[in-house]
Design a protein around this ligand. Structure first.
Ligand code: NAD
Length: 293
């Protein structure tokens, strides 16, 4: 069994991006600039946005964090997006989700200018992904493809089971794994909460990508010998012995499954670190106008 070290690969990716930024700027290019919109004071969202801004600084980007109270109206937020859409110094921006209930997330996502949508959530960018056109691939699925590629994991012709059909992870992941690409070309089965006999599907899988949001959901009896497991889940589980009172676990029972796997991602330290590195990569693509001229 080989552990897929997401922390190490994310650092490699960041180092590569930092070198590319240096070269781009010294050749007369503009310093890439990522903005983030944070609404409310949810601690997890604040932590995610904080790490994104910190990573921008590390790779030589400019970053702008725009914070608004949870009481901001939908119209006011749409106005803020309009400001960013028209600010020529901002190459890309993200709106940290989830948003307060009174704001329609779809409306907000559709208001982001597609050329600045470095999260890759806008319908135009999702459509471009499906049609094999250059696009911003949403960060978590993009990070996973990078892990498979950099560990040189054979995917062509393999059975891949993706568990979870969310718009940010499961659904784009299933599209990517079925593509006619070197580190894809899988026969993909997209499983979800209504799937019958999930265990049978998993036992047939050479690659399992779990994005469910349920701690330790995938157990050893569901895993074929030699399978590759990518665990996207980040779940808090109470643990009174730890100072924080909880620990983070994935959607996969790591202890039970790891001995059967050829490769597996740990939680934390697997997919998580790749997500931010991928967002930064998308911002560099935006600054270099590689997706939209
Ligand atoms: P989500 O809640 O939007 O989707 C969960 C999916 O799991 C749904 O499509 C549902 O059909 C499926 N599901 C639920 N119960 C099931 C069952 N019993 N059998 C089969 N499928 C079932 O979640 P999400 O946003 O896709 O996130 C999934 C997990 O990944 C969460 O733990 C989240 O925290 C984590 N996550 C991690 C990263 C990262 O950077 N590592 C990024 C995004 C999400």
């Amino acid at each position: 069994m080989e552990l897929i070290d997401g922390k190490k690969i994310a650092q490699q990716l960041q180092d590569e991006i930092a070198a590319e930024v240096k070269q781009f700027v010294s050749g007369g290019g503009k310093v890439p600039h990522l903005a983030a919109i944070l609404v409310g004071d949810d601690p997890a969202s604040m932590a995610y946005v904080g790490s994104k801004v910190k990573t921008c600084e590390k790779v030589g980007f400019k970053s702008t964090l725009k914070k608004f109270p949870a009481t901001i109206s939908e119209a006011e937020l749409l106005h803020e997006l309009d400001v960013l859409n028209n600010d020529n110094d901002i190459d890309g921006y993200i709106v940290q989700l989830p948003l307060p209930k009174h704001i329609n997330e779809h409306k907000i996502i559709e208001a982001v200018k597609p050329s600045k949508d470095v999260d890759g959530f806008h319908p135009i960018n999702v459509g471009r992904l499906v049609l094999d056109l250059p696009t911003y691939i949403s960060a978590t699925p993009f990070g996973i493809t990078q892990l498979l590629e950099r560990y040189n994991i054979e995917t062509s012709g393999k059975n891949c089971v993706v568990i979870g059909r969310s718009h940010i992870v499961g659904s784009p992941m299933s599209i990517l794994m079925a593509k006619n690409d070197k580190f894809a070309n899988c026969t993909v089965t997209l499983c979800h909460s209504r799937t019958k006999d999930l265990k049978a599907h998993c036992l047939n899988a050479d690659i399992i990508i779990a994005a469910i949001g349920k701690p330790n959901f995938v157990t050893a009896d569901m895993v074929k010998q030699g399978a590759v497991i990518i665990d996207v889940g980040i779940n808090r589980v109470d643990d009174a012995s730890l100072p924080k009172g909880y620990k983070l676990v994935g959607d996969v029972d790591f202890e039970g499954c790891a001995p059967k796997c050829s490769y597996i991602t740990p939680v934390p330290g697997g997919v998580g670190p790749m997500t931010i590195a991928s967002l930064i990569k998308n911002t560099l693509l935006a600054a270099k106008k590689e997706i939209y001229a």
